[in-house]
Design a binder for this molecule. Structure first.
Ligand code: FES
Length: 228
């Protein structure tokens, strides 16, 4: 049986996924779903707290299982919502982007205000160096660690309620105010120097994301990114 958001290709992956999901919706959307067990790490991600480096330091680092690919079934992830998955001790934000948010990512008025709107810095695999910074435009996949000092940015997909009316929504770091769009691209003037990293991943099917494994024929070593 396939568990919504959590798909395991084998028992090891399934065990890893059972503690690795937190679905988040747009503020004001009136719906927040939590599936499975939420780890302390993903709870920190949901709260946008600055606890990730501390929590990460408590996690086992050298476990062979920690380096296995992680499968995430996104077939039941509604548009506008996000799931947080733990991959190699890091929070990974997987977002189902709406047609409206995809249009915003291509808005020239927006991209002109981004520090690296064309993904020139190596903060993503070559196959995600495009306007949506992903394999499939609908699904955003970024490591949720701010490139300033490592806080976990909060998911704020809608601009409403923001003091800065020019921000279209995306991710807001609670620590020193860095703002990113829904492709993880940082806005100029923020303390964060680089876009949020994109991890290596593939999509064996249109709704299955496999974190930690490049698409066939592609090479990308996550340790070569400019900054985590
Ligand atoms: S850690 Fe994100 S802005 Fe400082």
């Amino acid at each position: 049986m396939r568990t919504p958001f959590l798909l395991a290709g084998d028992h090891d992956r399934k065990r890893r996924m059972e503690n690795a999901s937190d679905t988040q919706s747009a503020p004001g959307g009136g719906r927040r779903n939590f599936l499975g067990l939420v780890t302390a790490a993903t709870a920190a991600a949901g709260a946008g707290a600055c606890l990730w480096p501390f929590l990460q330091s408590l996690a086992p680092r050298d476990s062979a299982a920690a380096h296995l690919p992680v499968d995430v079934d996104v077939s039941a992830l509604p548009p506008g919502q996000q799931i947080v998955v733990t991959w190699q001790g890091k929070p990974v934000f997987i977002t189902h982007r709406t047609p409206e948010s995809l249009a915003a990512l291509q808005d020239a008025a927006l991209t002109s205000r981004l520090r690296d709107g064309q993904s020139q810095d190596q903060q993503q695999p070559p196959y995600a160096a495009n306007w949506h910074r992903s394999i499939e435009p609908r699904y955003g996949v970024v490591v949720g660690v701010c490139t300033h000092l490592g806080c976990v940015p909060a998911y704020r997909p809608l601009p409403e309620g923001q003091a800065d009316g020019r921000w279209p929504g995306g991710y807001a770091c609670p620590c020193h105010g860095s703002k990113f769009d829904l492709a993880g691209r940082v806005f100029r003037g923020a303390p964060a120097p680089y876009n949020l990293p994109v991890p290596p991943y593939s999509m064996p099917s249109p709704t299955l994301i496999r974190l930690g494994e490049n698409p066939a024929g592609q090479v990308f070593d996550f340790s070569t990114i400019r900054q985590l």
